[in-house]
Design a protein around this ligand. Structure first.
Ligand SMILES: NC(=O)c1ccc[n+]([C@@H]2O[C@H](COP(=O)([O-])OP(=O)(O)OC[C@H]3O[C@@H](n4cnc5c(N)ncnc54)[C@H](O)[C@@H]3O)[C@@H](O)[C@H]2O)c1
Length: 326
């Protein structure tokens, strides 16, 4: 496959590029490095530094190469920032995405894999969230993704697409070729890794009064390399079936914030200090994926479904970037 991949200088896009390249596929990355970093771009990928809304540059790219599909990862991802600056999110995550999809379509590239989010489900009481669960977004970030999904559903005649709703993505490439870099990350396991290498003093736990066994929020953490492999398999599925579809990406296991900190403290001799503070705007109590649908449809099995492995790879990556002053 020859894949045009946006956001490949970012966390998840770079891992997806690695998964594709490791299996002999070709990848051309588009990224404007707004939150990403050049050092995450895999060596064997082609790279064009440009905004996804740059119609002429992207048209020329598509005309000069024969791509089988677009994987669209580029976007802004900070929930709290989206509450403060919603327009920034609608502009990039919705308007720019739609512009990109239309640029692709106008140049004959109609197959799309789109990165969406479990935040689209928002606050739900289901034990396991399947793809038919009603959407109930709690913040502009989630809403910006839902609007982009809606554009695809409304234009089913023009595009063949797969929407992937990721649950909480964590961990790093086993060979340490990529991991999370963002200095402003709000992701629990990234922050915990920063505490362990001494970049932060402690973790702040937002809310201990949720209706969960220990009062802290519960999430389904999926290893980024498993998520990356889903993309390689879903691309094959899309090209073989040419049928649009929607899948959750998670393991079906829930861990509370305190479970994760406890697991890390067991590995790292209780080095993680934490304190409780108020709930954050836009956060929800519990998000656990049903992954029955994706397991049924594509040739994918989790290979890294182990909280300790997720934490350990994230910490090793943090040590690596800390040693290189990144
Ligand atoms: N990280 C998660 O836990 C998570 C969960 C659910 C969904 N997602 C989705 O996955 C995708 C990737 O997330 P990530 O964690 O890798 O984020 P990231 O910030 O690490 O990567 C995003 C990349 O997109 C690039 N980018 C942003 N706007 C651009 C634009 N207009 N033109 C060109 N490049 C642009 C950035 O420079 C960056 O390299 C996002 O769409 C996000 O919404 C992430």
């Amino acid at each position: 496959m020859n894949v045009l991949l946006t956001g490949g200088a970012g966390y998840i896009g770079s891992h997806a590029a690695l998964s594709l390249l490791d299996r002999g596929h070709d990848v051309h990355i588009i990224d404007n490095l707004s939150t990403g970093s050049k050092i995450l771009i895999p060596k064997n990928a082609k790279f064009t530094n440009c905004n996804i809304n740059n119609e002429s540059k992207i048209s020329n790219l598509i005309k000069s190469d024969k791509f089988d599909l677009l994987m669209h990862f580029a976007g802004f991802i900070q929930v709290e920032e989206s509450v403060q600056q919603p327009e920034k999110y609608f502009e990039n995550n919705t308007n720019n995405a739609i512009k990109l999809f239309n640029t692709c379509k106008n140049n004959g590239l109609n197959n799309i894999v789109f990165s969406s989010t479990a935040a689209a489900y928002g606050s739900v009481s289901n034990e396991l969230i399947d793809e038919n669960t009603n959407l109930n977004p709690q913040n502009p970030y989630a809403e910006s993704k839902i609007r982009t999904e809606r554009f695809l559903f409304d234009n089913q005649d023009d595009f063949k697409f797969i929407i992937l709703r990721y649950f909480n993505v964590a961990g790093a490439d086993k060979k340490m070729r990529s991991g999370q870099i963002s200095k402003k990350s709000t992701h629990l396991i990234k922050i915990l890794s920063e505490v362990l290498v001494g970049k932060r003093d402690q973790i702040e736990i937002y809310g201990n009064d949720y209706n969960t066994p220990d009062g802290t929020a519960i999430r389904d953490f999926i290893h980024v390399s498993d998520l990356a492999d889903i993309h390689t398999e879903i691309a094959k599925y899309l090209l073989e079936n040419l049928e649009s579809n929607l899948f959750n990406c998670g393991y079906g296991n829930g861990f509370s914030v305190l479970d994760v900190i406890q697991a890390a403290n067991n590995i790292y001799q209780n080095k993680i200090n934490y304190k409780f503070s108020n709930r954050r705007d836009g956060d929800v109590e519990k998000l656990i994926s049903s992954n029955a649908k994706i397991l049924e449809h594509i040739n994918w099995k989790p290979r890294h479904n182990d909280l300790k492995e997720i934490i350990n790879s994230s910490v090793r990556w943090e040590e690596k970037i800390n040693a290189s002053n990144i």
